[in-house]
Ligand binder design. Structure first.
Ligand SMILES: NC(=O)C1=CN([C@@H]2O[C@H](COP(=O)(O)OP(=O)(O)OC[C@H]3O[C@@H](n4cnc5c(N)ncnc54)[C@H](OP(=O)(O)O)[C@@H]3O)[C@@H](O)[C@H]2O)C=CC1
Ligand SMILES: N[C@@H](CC=O)C(=O)O
Ligand code: NA
Length: 370
């Protein structure tokens, strides 16, 4: 007996979306790609057959396929209606960082469309949206997987969920949660050897490597880490109301804090950042004078309901000081594991490793729907 068809909509074809499409093209028994969208263009498999499907190679190949229906940007509700009318179960993969799309997850889920995403926004914004997402999933008998929202493809959320589901008591979660900030400090202030790299040049390199958020200020202002800790804290059972409900240390120079959040604002920020290199050089030198290095870390003290995000000095022979590249390290302290935490470590940013988490989530959803 052949398995019932599953239909897939993918929104976002940037660094993560492009790597995801390459992985999708190689998946055995992949769902049929019937929606592929970017900010101003949408490709659809023609109705009513939802066939032929969109080739899952890359945007350019898909966009050049003549049999598809092509349009400008569609409303999220229109995409939800299209997917819900397909002759089988449907899944949405959101590879954007768009909060407006994330706010529409309940619309998809109530229609029975499962959601897979690396987009942190929906899970770390107001607590009411978090609750609405999971209530809507239950109502629509749909699934929600978002492993790559924390630690990219590293098994961070699945590990925490397993600890909680099996009755362990998580007391503390701490570590380095930003691939960008890890790369910046590991390169700018290495624990072994020395570096004369300027802060702004390393920021530009992190952006070029695809580690940063679409707006790198979301990494430098600590909000990306705060969002990840909000997600972890909520899974650990804390009702964190929003990612700005606890103190966050920003690395944005005060003089650049009021630049607009537009594409032009990003360009102005990157152009002017070199003017402020001395500020971060000073932070590095202060740590160095104490024989230490500076790193950007976060922690959740579950019993005290306290979340902290910011800079800290570390001994040069510590695990955090010795991280390489864009590595994250996340330590789970629990009752069962005692004084020796369960540790997850590895690349925490980049298109391929993030897409791996998205593809692995997709496989899990497909297995559970079939
Ligand atoms: N990069 C990384 O290492 C990691 C990223 N993530 C998350 O993955 C997501 C994607 O990141 P990344 O690929 O780096 O980002 P990019 O900026 O490279 O790509 C974003 C994509 O989303 C599209 N897009 C944005 N808004 C909309 C919209 N409203 N409707 C349709 N398409 C839209 C853009 O369209 P267009 O092509 O037209 O501009 C683009 O294709 C983010 O949420 C990020 O936080 C998570 C973990 C690690
Ligand atoms: N910009 C983020 C990407 C992954 O979440 C980071 O650098 O960690
Ligand atoms: Na992860």
């Amino acid at each position: 007996m052949s398995a019932s068809p599953i239909f897939l909509g993918v929104i976002g074809v940037g660094g993560v979306g492009t790597a995801f499409l390459q992985q999708l093209a190689r998946l055995p028994n992949a769902p049929q790609l019937v929606v592929l969208a970017r900010s101003s263009q949408t490709l659809l498999a023609p109705t009513p057959a939802y066939s032929p499907a969109i080739p899952a190679a890359d945007w350019a190949t898909a966009a050049a396929t003549p049999s598809l229906t092509k349009s400008g940007a569609l409303q999220a509700e229109e995409i939800a209606t299209y997917l819900a009318s397909a002759p089988g179960r449907a899944i949405l993969v959101d590879n954007t960082s768009d909060i407006s799309l994330a706010r529409q997850y309940p619309t998809f889920l109530k229609k029975g469309i499962s959601v897979v995403t690396p987009n942190k926004k929906g899970f770390s914004d107001d607590l009411s949206l978090w609750k609405d997402i999971f209530a809507s999933a239950a109502e629509g008998k749909a699934l929600v997987y978002h492993e790559s929202t924390v630690g990219a493809g590293l098994p961070v959320l699945s590990t925490l969920k397993d600890l909680v589901a099996t009755g362990d008591e998580v007391t503390r979660i701490e570590g380095v949660f930003s691939g960008t900030l890890s790369f910046l400090f590991n390169t700018f202030a290495p624990a072994s050897g020395s570096s004369d790299a300027q802060w702004s040049a390393v920021v530009a390199q992190a952006k070029e490597l695809g580690y940063t958020e679409p707006d790198p200020r979301d990494d430098l202002n600590g909000m990306d880490v705060a969002r990840k800790l909000t997600i972890l804290a909520r899974i650990a059972g804390l009702e964190v109301t929003s990612p700005d409900s606890f103190p966050i240390e920003s690395l944005i120079p005060a003089e650049l804090a009021s630049l607009p959040s537009s594409a032009d604002g990003i360009t102005q920020f990157m152009t002017r950042l070199p003017e402020f290199d001395a500020q971060m050089a000073n932070v590095k030198d202060t740590a160095e004078k104490q024989g230490k290095v500076v790193r950007y870390v976060g922690s959740i003290d579950v019993a005290a309901k306290a979340v902290k995000v910011g800079l800290q000095y570390f001994d040069k022979d510590s695990a955090i000081a010795g991280l390489k590249g864009s590595d994250n390290i996340i330590s789970f302290y629990t009752k069962r594991y005692g004084a020796n935490p369960l540790i997850v470590q590895g690349a925490g940013a980049g298109g391929d490793v993030t897409a791996m988490g998205v593809s692995a989530d997709l496989i899990k959803v497909v297995e559970r729907l079939r």
